[in-house]
Each structure stands twice: as structure tokens, then as C-alpha cells.
Design a protein around this ligand. Structure first.
Ligand code: 5GP
Length: 178
């Protein structure tokens, strides 16, 4: 376990302001008649999804999906494994994938393909943070919170070896396995 207190990179206030802006943008982009399904990617997106969903002014339902790529460490293998698919029927619905962080982009690209196989009406993506310099594949983030550098971040749902998920801010720690 890492006992270092993470250094604040994005404050709680900055996150809350940005999440509200994203929610307003999403509410404006979708018609309230659209069948919007927010698909949260476990575990990292659970806090972002909860805050974003509660700030929308349009009807929405919630689903979860779970994938694994890093196997408890911080080095991307590029291989994405599906651990849990959505439970509800999303065929013909408007899917908004809600991710915590986009690093190489492999996970989000895989998820878009996965969601499309359910034949939804549309698929868009939201991510709290993106490591722009780390991109290995081209993948669109329709609703992005923040671009950050190539450093390991924790808090607001994000962990390092399951620690620090419930910090109200996004902070930086130094992984011990790199
Ligand atoms: P990608 O497939 O884009 O390389 O990786 C995306 C996944 O890697 C994210 O969903 C997240 O689980 C994990 N990840 C990448 N960078 C970080 C980071 O800095 N902090 C945490 N907690 N997870 C990360």
C-alpha cells in the first residue's frame, strides 16, 4: 500500500464546476424524448457517473459495464477483457459511455465496439480526464472533463491498487511498480 498523500492536481471545486458544465452540455445535446442510457465503466467511473447523472435535466437510465486491462498495476497491457456486460436491453437507445480516464485509448475503443454490437441508436463518450500525450489509438471523447499529462492520478473514483478512490479531488501519486 502507498501511504503518500496525493498531491492535488484538479481541485474538488474545479471538478464540480466542470461536471456541471458537461451535464448542461449533454442535457442540451440530447432531446428529452431520446432514450438516454448512461453506461458507467466500473469501477473508476462510479463517482463521476453519480455526479454527472444527478446534474442532467433530461430523462436517463443507468447501466454498468466492467472491464479489466491493467490487472492491479499501472502499466497498460493494451488487452481489454470484458468482466461484466450491461444487464438491460440497450438496442435502439442512445448510449453514453461514462469513463473515468482515457490513457492509451484501447479501453474506450473496445467499449465503443462492444456497445455498438448491442445495436443502439447512437454511441457517445464522456470521460473525466484524458492523457492526451499517451494516445495510441484514435478515439473520440465527446464530453471531456480535463486533459492531463502522463502521470498516475487517483481520487474521484480513480485508484491505485484500490486505494484513494474516495478522495474528493484528483491527485497525483508515484506508482511503486514503474
Ligand atoms: P487505456 O485503455 O486508455 O490505456 O486505459 C484506460 C483505463 O486505464 C482507465 O479506465 C483506468 O482504469 C486505467 N488508467 C489509466 N491511467 C490511469 C491513471 O492515471 N489512474 C488510474 N487510477 N487509472 C488509470
Amino acid at each position: 500500500m502507498n501511504n503518500n498523500t496525493p498531491e492535488v492536481l484538479i481541485s474538488e471545486e474545479a471538478i464540480q464546476t466542470r461536471v456541471l458544465e458537461l451535464a448542461e452540455q449533454i442535457s442540451a445535446d440530447y432531446d428529452s424524448a431520446d432514450d438516454l442510457v448512461m453506461v458507467g465503466v466500473l469501477k473508476g467511473s462510479f463517482i463521476f457517473l453519480a455526479d454527472l447523472a444527478r446534474r442532467l435535466s433530461i430523462p436517463r437510465t443507468i447501466e454498468f459495464i466492467a472491464v479489466s486491462s491493467y490487472e492491479n498495476g499501472s502499466v497498460s497491457s493494451g488487452a481489454v477483457r470484458l468482466l461484466m456486460d450491461v444487464r438491460g436491453n440497450i438496442e435502439g437507445k442512445h448510449v453514453l459511455i461514462v469513463e473515468d480516464i482515457v490513457d492509451t485509448g484501447h479501453t474506450l475503443k473496445y467499449l465503443i465496439g462492444m456497445m455498438k454490437s448491442h445495436r443502439p441508436a447512437s454511441v457517445r463518450t464522456a470521460a473525466l480526464v484524458r492523457k492526451a500525450e499517451s494516445a495510441e489509438v484514435d478515439v473520440d471523447v465527446d464530453y471531456l472533463g480535463f486533459d492531463i499529462g502522463d502521470e498516475w492520478v487517483v481520487g474521484y473514483g480513480l485508484d491505485y491498487a484500490e486505494q484513494n478512490r474516495t478522495l474528493p479531488y484528483i491527485g497525483v501519486i508515484k506508482p511503486t511498480d514503474t
